[in-house]
Ligand binder design. Sequence first.
Ligand code: NAP
Length: 482
Amino acid sequence: MASRTIPVDAFDIVLFGATGDLAKRKIIPSLYRRFLAGQMPAEARLIGAARSDLTDDSFRDLVRESLEEFVSAKIRDADMTAQFCDLCSYIAIDAKGDGGWDALKSSVRDEVTKAFYFSVGPNLFGPLSSQLREKGIACENSRLVVEKPFGHDLDSARKLNADLAASFDEDQIYRIDHFLGKETVQNLMAVRFANVLFEPLWNERFIDHVQVTVAETVGVGGRGSYYDDSGAMRDMVQNHLMQLLCLIAMEPPAAFDPDRLRDEKLKVIRALDPVPPADVVRGQYKAGPEGPSYTEDAENPDSLTESFVALKVGISNWRWKHTPFYLRTGKRMTRRVSEIVVQFKETPHSIFDREGTSAPNALVIRLQPDEGIELAVTIKEPGPGGMRLTTVPLDMTFADALGEDHIPDAYERLIMDVMRGDQTLFMRGDEVEAAWAWTDPIIDRWQEAGDKPHPYAQGSSGPEQALMLMHRDGRRWRDLDA
Ligand code: NAP
């Protein structure tokens, strides 16, 4: 089944931070892929902006290099690359300075959609948005895209929201959480709300627990000082894992509409229980054959920042009162895996004498690798050996099931949604603040107590204590190598 490409109207995208890592690795390649797919129209323009003193031609060289490095040679096309580069130009602007704004004003067109993408540190969100408004470059129809991290805690998130709100309305602001742009995450909503099968079972009566895992094999080398100030809780749980939890736990919205959906996510965050100390495990990776220790990577020998965290989270509402959600995320783990496991309960009574293997049903939603959804069901083992049971997966790996060579990168989807004016997959300001309001007390407690993370081996599943978090409840994490 080939994916349908719905062209978007002509647009101008002004990319602040165009010389940075994210622009080169994700944003420019994503626009190019949409251009190849015929979705980004030939009338669109990409205007790069940063402090570096580049000409249009040297920026186009940077664009070409970024495509060579981050777009597969199999899909690159010399003629299309030349056409794409023709749509690119550059203006040197310091967010906090006066130069370049007039040139930007005369470069963007009033008659097309205007999007301003802030791929810069959050300390520049306020200055950039007020310059755009004061200089008359942005108007009511302009859109603003902001990258994570959206704040460091509740106070800083409130300040960022206030800074943006001084120049833009909430319906113009697109806060990116790239997890929401993943095909599987959207499929999670389709599976839940477009099939009659799951929703009646989607509650504490039938679901024993839910696991959300985001495991990475990389360490923090290269961005150690940024990460050391943040840690796994701020960098991953407050945003990505929280968003996944919300999509599993939320009530069906009345319509697939940005505000209806975000209202339901917000209700989930507000129903999260405070997490007692016994229900959180923090870890820090040790040195190993794969590389230096966390503290060496962070260049901070006394660092108490966690590179791993696991939590048991309760939700106080009718649907989930007795169904815990276990979240874990970490660096330098055995395998790069992002997945959600919805673990159903045992059948109330078994009519089979339990020969062979049988396991309660589990719905596994894989974000990476091999985006897809798998349902573990128990069947009879084939053959005349009696009624022996075995568990098999009903597997829907999207690349196989849909015949797609290329599942679009989350950024491709999200940037096109901005151009279409669809905020469904972006976080609203109150959602972000509610997530910080839940996260802050957990982090504050560690800091007040001088809590030390547990060391764990590189290439492992995290510290032993994280395994115990589930063992003590008679449960276990799904094997990362499964
Ligand atoms: P980066 O490589 O350090 O790039 C920062 C960009 O901002 C550069 O283009 C820099 O260009 C520009 N810049 C810095 N100060 C400026 C100023 N005063 N005025 C105008 N432009 C300025 O950072 P990055 O990794 O691309 O990340 C950008 C943002 O995305 C950050 O908030 C980061 O947390 C977030 N993010 C990054 C990733 C990632 O994978 N890299 C993932 C998710 C979120 P000049 O030096 O030429 O001005």
